[in-house]
Design a protein around this ligand. Structure first.
Ligand code: BGP
Length: 470
């Protein structure tokens, strides 16, 4: 058998990914307004804690707002080719509906992107990652309201114009499919008793699709060289058994995710979704011109997160044996081990996901999140021996290499949380992803000092050898 070359393309974008609300802190500094994350001390699940005094770790994050130079220097040392972060909407438009943007907020990201470039990193920017101005929720009802499209468009245009020339890679919404699983985080949605939640979630999703198309339009007008993508939380699903019912259940579960990329990549609602709307009596407003906009302004690439795979079955008994996940729980896979948070570790599932997405769309793919959230132990000598993290990442990168050899056009890989930060699903600091340890715990104690873990040197070598040495 002839040998297949297994290597990453030249210029492959190795790096790390974070989100403003999970690490910046400084939640009320320099004119920043309150965001949905600022009132979610329990993470993406809402309604949240009844106790108004409950510690919200997002407020201080890991103080990246003041320490970003030191942190980017560490990423520079790691050899990052790119760094993914998001722009806190509330630093730019504190209330979301302000007439003018906040110059101090704009200036912060100018400095941040300049510093990234200085360290040799291409900024990869998510326009909206799991947060929106709280005012837009209170006054307008979040994304259920069509007016929010205009506010988002203004925000997107402002940053696309301001950072034109500094930022080449954009994404419109982080994990846009999250609106169906965590509607407050994904769409700023709060429901009244008796409301038809599904209708409202799909209305909000529709507004986001239109807003995303408008951002793509703006980006293409402002800089045709820039690349703007969608971003989905991939949830590749296997059937529990070869029973055709399970097989079809898996296909349907996959479509719950892929419907979002289908719309953003192809530009229209897929037929299977129309059937789902009819059968579930889902009705929402599509204004004149929306469908043309969506069709004309499709994304340039597909960004996605990958942490685990899922199982579908129609067997009621099996459905009770749940395994955890960040957005949903599912049936346990007997072939896989789980993380300490119950997420099922499945490196080969990443190869499957890459192939499925590439077969479906034939567009460049970008893995913008992947990693292992774990409890790290600081040894007496101060070192952190995170071999489990190295094992997780190695196994996933091996599968990426296989997928590239399969012919998948993969442009980059950013591990989630290259420096420890506040988690999204459970809002805690003890769930760590980083190559860099941050001294801060779930109670908010610690010096915030940064320490390199064992995985730091390992990932540095991976990047240095363009993924050949794992
Ligand atoms: C994704 C989010 C991230 C992130 C990650 C890890 O769904 O886009 O914001 O946090 O999951 O999840 P967690 O932080 O809950 O471990």
């Amino acid at each position: 058998m002839a040998e297949v070359k297994k290597e990453f393309p030249q210029g492959f974008l190795w790096g790390g990914a974070v989100a403003a609300n999970q690490l910046e802190g400084a939640y009320q500094e320099d004119g920043k307004g309150l965001s949905t994350a600022d009132v979610s001390p329990d993470g993406i699940m809402y309604p949240t804690s009844e106790d108004p005094a409950k510690l919200n770790l997002y407020h201080d994050g890991i103080d990246f707002y003041h320490r970003y130079k030191e942190d980017l220097a560490l990423f520079g040392e790691l050899g990052f080719k790119c760094f993914r972060t998001s722009i806190a909407w509330t630093r730019i438009f504190p209330n979301g509906d302000d007439a003018e943007p906040n110059e101090a907020g704009l200036k912060f990201y100018d400095d941040l992107f300049d510093e990234m470039r200085k360290q040799g990193m291409e900024p990869v920017v998510t326009i909206s990652h799991y947060e929106m101005p709280l005012n837009l929720v209170k006054k307008y009802g979040g994304w259920r309201n069509r007016e929010v499209i205009g506010f988002y468009e203004k925000f997107a245009r402002t940053v696309l114009e301001r950072y034109n020339g500094k930022v080449k890679y954009w994404m419109t919404f982080n994990e846009i499919n999250v609106v169906l699983h965590a509607p407050f985080t994904g769409g700023g949605l709060v429901f009244e008793e008796g409301e038809n939640k599904l209708n409202i979630m799909y209305q909000a999703a529709h507004h986001q699709f239109v807003a995303s198309a408008l951002a793509v339009k703006a980006s293409h007008e402002i800089n045709p060289e820039a690349q703007i993508g969608c971003m989905i939380a991939s949830m590749t699903t296997y059937p529990l058994t070869p029973n055709p019912d399970d097989v079809f259940a898996a296909l349907e579960q996959d479509r719950k995710t892929l419907q979002f990329s289908d719309v953003q990549v192809r530009g229209y609602y897929p037929t299977y979704l129309k059937r789902y709307f009819t059968e579930n009596e889902i009705e929402f407003e599509i204004a004149a011109g929306d469908e043309d906009l969506m069709r004309e302004h499709t994304v340039d690439y597909i960004g996605f997160s990958y942490y685990m795979s899922f199982i579908a079955t129609t067997d009621e008994e099996k459905l009770k044996e749940a395994a955890a996940g960040n957005l949903m729980t599912g049936v346990k896979n007997p072939y896989l081990k789980s993380s300490e948070w119950g997420w099922q570790i499945d490196p080969k599932g990443l190869r499957t996901t890459l192939n499925v997405l590439y077969d479906r769309y034939q567009k460049p793919l970008f893995i913008v999140e992947n990693g292992l959230g774990a409890v790290d132990k600081v040894e007496e000598d101060g070192s952190i021996q995170d071999d489990y993290r190295i094992d997780y990442l190695r196994a996933h990168i091996e599968q990426m290499r296989e997928a590239v050899a399969d012919g998948v056009d993969l442009i980059g890989y950013t591990t989630w949380g290259p420096i420890d930060l506040v988690s999204a699903s459970t809002a805690e600091l003890k769930k760590r992803y980083g190559f860099v340890y941050v001294d801060r715990d779930n109670e908010g104690n610690g010096t915030l000092e940064r320490t390199k873990k064992k995985s730091f040197a390992w990932y540095q070598r991976v990047i240095e050898t363009n993924g050949q040495e794992l």
